[in-house]
Design a protein around this ligand. Structure first.
Ligand code: ACK
Length: 377
C-alpha cells in the first residue's frame, strides 16, 4: 500500500495531493482510491476516451486533475463541455447559500438540463469540495428511479453539476398552486419513501438531511426525484466523517434532538423525522408553523413536543387517517420510535394501491389542467 502511494505520488505529481487522499478517506471510498492508484500507476497521463460530443466519459488528464487539486476527480463522471450549454435569459431556477441552479439547453443533446454551479468565481476549496461531494452522492443515488440523476460535471470555467431538467418543478410549488388529487399525492409519498430507502441502503449510507417538499422534484409524468444533496452527509462510523452536524438544514423539518444538540452527528432517524413533516405538507398543502413569529419559537416548541397543526388534517378519509398515523410515528419525539424508510414504503404502498392506475392517470390529467389554469392567472 505504502509503495503504491509513493509510486502514485511520483507519477501524478501535483495531482497527488494530501487533500485528494484525505477526501477519499473522508468519503471512505477506498475503491475509488484504489482505482486512482492503479490508474495512475498504469497510465501516468490517464488520458480520457471521448464517448460522445459534448461529454467526455471517463478518465481525466493529470492536467485537469491538477486544476482541481483539492478534490478527487472521479473518472466515472462524464465531463460536460461548458461551452455546449446555452443559458437563456432568466435561466436561474433558484439560489442556495453558495450555489445557484440554472436551466440550460445542451446544444448537442438537444434538450434542457439543470446546472448547479457556484455563485462566485472566487472559489474556496471547501465550497468546491462540497459541490464535488454532492456530485458523488448524486452519482451513487442516481441508480434509484426516485433520486435525481447526474448527467455529468463541468470543469471549466468552474466546477458545476449537470442534472436532467425536471419539467414539473418542485412538489412545494405544485402543492402551493394545485389541489392535487389524493391518488397522485399517495403515489408521490410512496416514491419519496422508495428514494429515501435507496439512499439509506447505500454503503456508506447517504443521509439527505434536508428532506422537504422544495427538494422533491417532479418529472414530466409527475414521478418523484429527490434532489438537493447540498447538505447531505455520508454516514459512517469513522470519526473523520461523523464530525458533521446538520448545520443549515431547514428548521421546520429538523428533529428535536438536533435542536437540543447541534453537534449531534445526523443519522437515518433525522431524515425519517423530516419525512413526517413532509407528509404533513402533502396532506395539508400548507407550510409548517406558518404562524410562528420566529425560528427560536419553533425550536423551543418542537423540543417540548409540539408538531405541525393536526387540526388541519381531514378526518373523513381512511387513506388520510392511515397516512396521518404514519406521519405521527415518523415525527416521534424518541428517534427509536421512528420507523425505517422501508416500513414507510410498505405502508404507503398499501395506501397508494387503493387507487387504480386509471385513477392515477386521471389525477395527472386533472393536475395538468389545474397547473395550466394557475399559470394563466
Ligand atoms: O421549486 P423550483 O422551481 O424547483 O425551484 C427550485 C430551485 O431550482 C432551487 O433548487 C429548481 N430545480 C432544482 N433542480 C432542478 C431540476 N433538475 N430541474 C428543474 N428545476 C430544478 C427547484
Amino acid at each position: 500500500m505504502y509503495e503504491a502511494l509513493v509510486r502514485w505520488r511520483q507519477r501524478a505529481g501535483p495531482a497527488a495531493s494530501l487533500s485528494v487522499l484525505e477526501q477519499c478517506l473522508r468519503d471512505l471510498d477506498l475503491n475509488q482510491l484504489a482505482d486512482q492508484i492503479t490508474r495512475t500507476a498504469v497510465s501516468p497521463t490517464g488520458r480520457g476516451h471521448a464517448s460522445e460530443r459534448g461529454a467526455v466519459g471517463g478518465e481525466l488528464t493529470g492536467e485537469v486533475q491538477s486544476r482541481y487539486p483539492s478534490v478527487t476527480i472521479d473518472r466515472r463522471f462524464p465531463i460536460i463541455v461548458f461551452e455546449r450549454l446555452n443559458f437563456p435569459e432568466d435561466s436561474v431556477l433558484g439560489r442556495g447559500g453558495f450555489a445557484a441552479v440554472e436551466k440550460a439547453y445542451h446544444r448537442d443533446w438537444s434538450q434542457h438540463v439543470a446546472v448547479k454551479r457556484l455563485l462566485t468565481r472566487q472559489l474556496t476549496g471547501s465550497e468546491q469540495e462540497l459541490l464535488y461531494s454532492e456530485a458523488r452522492k448524486l452519482n451513487l443515488g442516481s441508480r434509484s428511479d426516485h433520486v435525481i440523476s447526474l448527467r455529468g460535471v463541468c470543469l471549466d470555467p468552474n466546477f458545476a453539476i449537470v442534472m436532467p431538467y425536471m419539467e414539473n418543478g418542485s412538489l412545494a410549488e405544485l402543492l402551493r398552486d394545485v389541489d392535487v388529487p389524493w391518488a397522485l399525492r399517495w403515489r408521490m409519498a410512496h416514491e419519496i419513501s422508495l428514494g429515501m430507502t435507496f439512499l439509506h441502503c447505500q454503503n456508506p449510507q447517504i443521509l439527505h438531511c434536508d428532506l422537504k417538499a422544495e427538494n422533491v422534484l417532479l418529472d414530466g409524468d409527475f414521478h418523484v426525484k429527490i434532489s438537493d444533496f447540498g447538505l447531505s452527509k455520508w454516514k459512517a462510523e469513522s470519526r473523520v466523517v461523523t464530525k458533521t452536524s446538520p448545520e443549515g438544514s431547514t428548521i421546520t423539518h429538523a428533529p428535536p434532538e438536533y435542536h437540543a444538540d447541534i453537534n449531534l452527528p445526523p443519522n437515518t432517524k433525522f431524515d425519517v423525522y423530516s419525512f413526517g413533516v413532509l407528509l404533513w405538507e402533502i396532506v395539508t398543502r400548507k407550510q409548517p408553523y406558518a404562524l410562528a413569529a420566529n425560528s427560536a419559537l419553533i425550536t423551543m416548541a418542537v423540543t417540548m413536543g409540539q408538531r405541525p397543526d393536526l387540526t388541519l388534517i381531514p378526518t373523513d378519509r381512511e387513506d388520510v387517517t392511515s397516512v396521518s398515523e404514519l406521519m405521527q410515528t415518523c415525527w416521534s419525539q424518541n428517534p427509536e420510535d421512528r420507523p425505517p424508510f422501508n416500513d414507510c414504503a410498505d405502508r404507503l404502498r398499501h395506501v397508494k394501491d387503493r387507487f387504480s392506475q386509471e385513477e392515477i392517470r386521471q389525477a395527472i390529467i386533472a393536475v395538468e389542467k389545474m397547473k395550466a389554469e394557475a399559470s394563466r392567472k
